[in-house]
Design a protein around this ligand. Structure first.
Ligand code: EPU
Length: 427
C-alpha cells in the first residue's frame, strides 16, 4: 500500500488548481441510468471513487470510457443487462447506493446491497427507502440487499409528498432521480441544500427533467416520461479547495492561491478561517489564503450546508492545534468522526474528545510520526499536520486519500511542500 511522506516546516507559495467535485460527479454518473445514452461528463476528477462508479455502471451493462488525461467519462450506451449493485462494489463506496433511485425509476426494479456501517458512523439509508416507498415502491430487505420494485410488479413510480426527517445529501439525490421519471408531481421538504445537490438538479433539467428548487430546502419535481442524455462539466470541488485553503494556512508565511474555487460555496469555512486570523480573499479566478501572525481559538459546529461542512472538520482541527488557547470542534453530522484525534495526539496535539466535541489546547508544536487514517478526510488532515510538523511524517494507507484527492502530493509539491508518494510502503 502506498504512503505519503512529508517533511514539515516549508512555507507554501503558488497556485493550486482545483478538480471537479467528487460528490457532484458521483450522483451525475448514476444519472446516466435515467436515459439510454450517450452521455458525456467533463471536468471529472481522477479518483478511485470515479473508477468504482465506472465499474458499477459497467456491471449494470453500460459502456463506460474513463479518460483520465482528458478528465472525461463517456457513456456511449446505458442499455442495461442487470439491475443489481453487488456488495463487492457497494462496500468499496457507499455512494453506490445512488443507483437505487435511477434503476427503480427507469427499470421498475433494483437490487442494491445495503452499505452497512462505515468508519465514520452507522450511516443508515432509511430516508432513501421511505421516500421511494412513498412513491409506490415495494421494498424488502433480504440477505443484506435492498430489493425494490415499482408498483404492480415493476411499474412506474408515482409522485408523492415527502418530508425528510433530516437533510441527507445522497438521500435527496436518490429521490430527485426517482422523481424525475415518476408519474406526477413530487414535493420534497427538508432537502439537503449542498451545491452538489443543486448541481444534480441542473443536470437533470438538462436531460429534460422538471426540477424546481434544487439547492433549497423545498423541491418540486414534475415527472416526465423519458429523459435525454447529457453533456456536462462538473463544478469545482469545494472540499478539495477547502483542504488546500487550510494547507495554505498552517505554516506561517505561506501565500497560496486556490484556482477555480468558488467562495460562495465555502462561506462557513472562510468565515471561521478569518475568525481564526487567516487572511482569505477572493482573487481573480480563485481564492488567496495567507497566514502571517498567530492564530486565535475558535468554536466550530459542523452542520448541513450552508453550515460548516463535516468533510472539513478533520482538516480544521489540525489548524486549531496552532491557535493560542482553547478551541472547540463539535461534530453533529456523524457520530464517530474523530478517529484522526489519536493520530494527531501521537504527533503532539493536545485534544480531548468529550462526546461529540473535540476540545483542542494550543498552540502545540507537532512532531512527525508514522500515522494512518481510516477515512478520506482524516487522511487529508494527517497530510496537513505533516506539512507543519517537525521532521518526517509518513501517512500510511493513502488509498483513502486517493478516493477523494487527485495527486495531492504533486499539487502540494508544486507550491513548495517537501512531500512524495512512497510506493508499496508498509501497511
Ligand atoms: N442519515 C440517516 N438516514 C438516511 C440518510 C442519512 O439517518 O437515510 C444520517 C447519516 O447517518 C448522517 C446524516 O444523516 O448522520 C447526514 O448524512 P448524509 O446522508 O447527508 O450523508 P451521505 O449522503 O451519505 C454525503 C457525502 C459525504 C458527506 C455527507 C455529509 C457523497 C457521496 N457523500 O454523504 O462525503 O460527509 O454527505 O455532508 O455526497 C466525503 O466526501 O468524504 C464524504 C464522506
Amino acid at each position: 500500500m502506498d504512503a505519503i511522506r512529508v517533511r514539515g516546516g516549508r512555507k507554501l507559495a503558488g497556485d493550486i488548481q482545483i478538480s471537479g467535485a467528487k460528490n457532484a460527479a458521483l450522483p451525475i454518473l448514476c444519472a446516466v441510468l435515467l436515459s439510454e445514452g450517450p452521455s458525456l461528463l467533463r471536468n471529472v476528477p481522477g479518483l478511485r471513487d470515479i473508477d468504482t462508479t465506472a465499474a458499477l455502471l459497467r456491471f449494470l451493462g453500460c459502456e463506460v470510457v474513463v479518460d483520465k488525461e482528458a478528465h472525461e467519462v463517456r457513456v456511449p450506451s446505458a442499455k442495461l443487462s442487470r439491475v443489481e449493485a453487488p456488495y463487492e462494489l457497494v462496500k468499496q463506496m457507499r455512494a453506490s447506493v445512488l443507483v437505487l433511485g435511477p434503476l427503480l425509476a427507469r427499470h421498475g426494479k433494483a437490487k442494491v446491497s445495503l452499505p452497512g456501517g462505515c468508519a465514520i458512523g452507522a450511516r443508515p439509508i432509511d430516508q432513501h427507502l421511505k421516500g421511494l416507498e412513498a412513491m409506490g415502491a415495494k421494498i424488502r430487505l433480504e440477505r443484506g440487499y435492498v430489493i425494490a420494485e415499482g408498483p404492480g410488479n415493476g411499474g412506474r413510480l408515482h409522485g408523492a409528498d415527502i418530508a425528510f426527517d433530516l437533510p441527507t445529501v445522497t438521500g435527496t439525490e436518490n429521490i430527485m432521480m426517482a422523481a424525475a421519471l415518476a408519474k406526477g408531481r413530487t414535493t420534497l421538504w427538508n432537502c439537503a441544500r449542498e451545491p452538489e445537490v443543486e448541481e444534480l438538479g441542473r443536470v437533470l433539467n438538462k436531460m429534460g427533467a422538471r426540477v424546481d428548487g434544487a439547492g433549497t430546502d423545498v423541491m418540486h419535481i414534475d415527472g416526465v416520461p423519458e429523459l435525454a442524455p447529457f453533456d456536462h462539466a462538473v463544478i469545482p470541488d469545494r472540499i478539495e479547495a477547502g483542504t488546500y485553503l487550510i494547507a495554505g494556512a498552517v505554516v506561517p508565511g505561506s501565500d497560496v492561491r486556490i484556482l477555480g474555487a468558488v467562495l460562495e460555496d465555502m462561506e462557513a469555512l472562510v468565515l471561521k478561517l478569518r475568525q481564526a486570523g487567516v487572511q482569505v480573499e477572493r482573487e481573480g479566478e480563485g481564492i488567496r489564503v495567507r497566514r502571517e501572525g498567530p492564530l486565535k481559538p475558535v468554536h466550530v459546529t459542523t452542520a448541513p450546508h450552508p453550515g460548516f461542512p463535516t468533510d472539513m472538520q478533520a482538516q480544521f482541527l489540525v489548524l486549531m492545534t496552532q491557535a493560542t488557547g482553547e478551541s472547540v470542534m463539535s461534530e453533529t453530522i456523524f457520530e464517530n468522526r474523530f478517529m484522526h484525534v489519536p493520530e494527531l495526539s501521537r504527533m503532539g496535539a493536545q485534544i480531548e474528545v468529550r462526546g461529540r466535541a473535540a476540545v483542542v489546547h494550543g498552540p502545540t508544536p507537532l512532531e512527525g510520526a508514522s500515522v494512518m487514517a481510516t477515512d478520506l478526510r482524516a487522511s487529508a488532515s494527517l497530510v496537513i499536520a505533516g506539512l507543519m510538523a517537525e521532521g518526517e511524517t509518513e501517512v500510511r494507507r493513502v488509498y483513502h486519500l486517493d478516493r477523494g484527492y487527485e495527486s495531492m502530493e504533486t499539487r502540494l509539491r508544486a507550491v513548495g511542500a517537501d512531500c512524495e508518494r512512497v510506493k508499496n510502503a508498509e501497511g
